[in-house]
Write a protein that binds this ligand. Structure first.
Ligand SMILES: Cc1cc2nc3c(=O)[nH]c(=O)nc-3n(C[C@H](O)[C@H](O)[C@H](O)COP(=O)(O)OP(=O)(O)OC[C@H]3O[C@@H](n4cnc5c(N)ncnc54)[C@H](O)[C@@H]3O)c2cc1C
Length: 291
């Protein structure tokens, strides 16, 4: 049974913010694919819900005049998969969206909920880390922009204050134009499984040189992470098979996987190193750079 004490449907974004402020113990519910499981398990803090499901003003994918790609937090994964803007400019995010759950989950689960639940395995998170995404968070009379790399404070903890709602995810043109990416999810099953490791690579190539390289992981630490030391070591290097081997050796020093019932830390480390090569190779292929 659900121990649901309050469920209020917000009529618009401002109404949702006002309701959150009026009901300080309440939590947002978007698609509910995480919230309802926690409610079902009787987890504390889930019995009062402000419902933002289906708010059209949070459901969009567009490009502004400066070529920023803007994704509304209420956009469901099926919309991301079908979006021409995403297919054309950031297919890596489409890879990530396709790897979430099954079709029924993807039709209701939102990208905002995926980020705000604060889990390291969130499939959209590592791609968004590698894209340097910026999160727009709104409350009454104030808006904050937070780089996604600063948003995760710890397992299940994100930088959201009382009364704040994630409204938009921004991907800047410098971070996607001329870039090619790939998201590789390793899970025990091909569908309906949480990532054992997720690896996102985003890169730029110039005259067979790795002109820009960004690599991020889910489940390689308590929160999604970027491998900044690896990125620095391999940027501006000639693209060779040896470079792929170097990347796979370097990433081991940037991550801190742990043992859980899903996999041991040693197994995860193996996957982390291997996926760095596979994801980089796929991204290079997309850039027209065969290896
Ligand atoms: C069967 C099943 C399979 C799944 N498979 C995967 C998978 O393969 N990969 C994966 O990454 N996830 C998976 N999930 C988890 C889940 O579907 C995703 O995390 C989903 O994106 C959550 O979105 P939601 O809209 O359902 O969030 P909700 O459950 O509504 O909310 C999640 C959290 O985010 C908060 N929140 C939601 N929207 C906002 C907002 N706009 N501003 C601030 N806070 C907000 C809520 O308060 C809550 O704390 C799976 C879940 C199920 C049930």
């Amino acid at each position: 049974m659900f121990d649901l004490k309050k469920h209020i449907k917000a009529t618009c974004l401002d109404d949702a913010i006002a309701l959150l402020i009026e009901n300080p113990n309440a939590r947002l519910i978007a698609g509910g694919t995480d919230v309802l499981i926690k409610l079902r398990h009787g987890k504390k803090g889930y019995s009062e819900l402000i419902d933002i499901n289906g708010l059209e003003e949070l459901r969009f994918i567009k490009q502004d005049k400066q070529n920023n790609i803007l994704i509304g937090s209420g956009t469901v994964f099926s919309d991301i998969i079908q979006s021409d803007i995403i297919k054309k400019h950031i297919p890596m995010l489409s890879d990530a969206a396709q790897s979430v759950g099954g079709p029924q989950i993807r039709n209701v689960a939102t990208i905002g909920g995926n980020i705000c639940n604060g889990v390291t395995s969130a499939d959209s998170a590592s791609s968004l880390f590698s894209l340097n995404a910026v999160l727009v968070v709104k409350t009454q009379g104030a808006i904050r922009e937070i780089p996604i790399s600063d948003f995760y404070l710890g397992p299940g903890k994100v930088d959201l204050k009382k009364g704040e709602i994630l409204t938009t995810i921004i991907i800047r043109p410098d971070d996607y134009m001329g870039s090619f990416g790939y998201y590789y999810k390793y899970a025990m099953r091909n569908a309906m499984d949480i990532a054992t490791i997720g690896c996102a690579v985003c890169l730029k190539v110039k005259h067979h040189i790795l002109a820009d390289f960004r690599i991020a992981y889910g489940v390689a630490g308590p929160v999604p992470i970027r491998c900044l030391k690896t990125e620095k070591s391999v940027t501006n290097k000639k693209i060779t098979l040896k470079l792929l081997d170097d990347i796979s050796r370097f990433v081991a020093h940037d991550v801190s996987p742990r043992t859980s019932w899903r996999a041991t830390k040693e197994f995860r480390m193996n996957i982390i190193c291997e996926l760095s090569k596979r994801a980089t190779k796929k991204a290079l292929n997309r850039a027209g750079e065969g290896l």
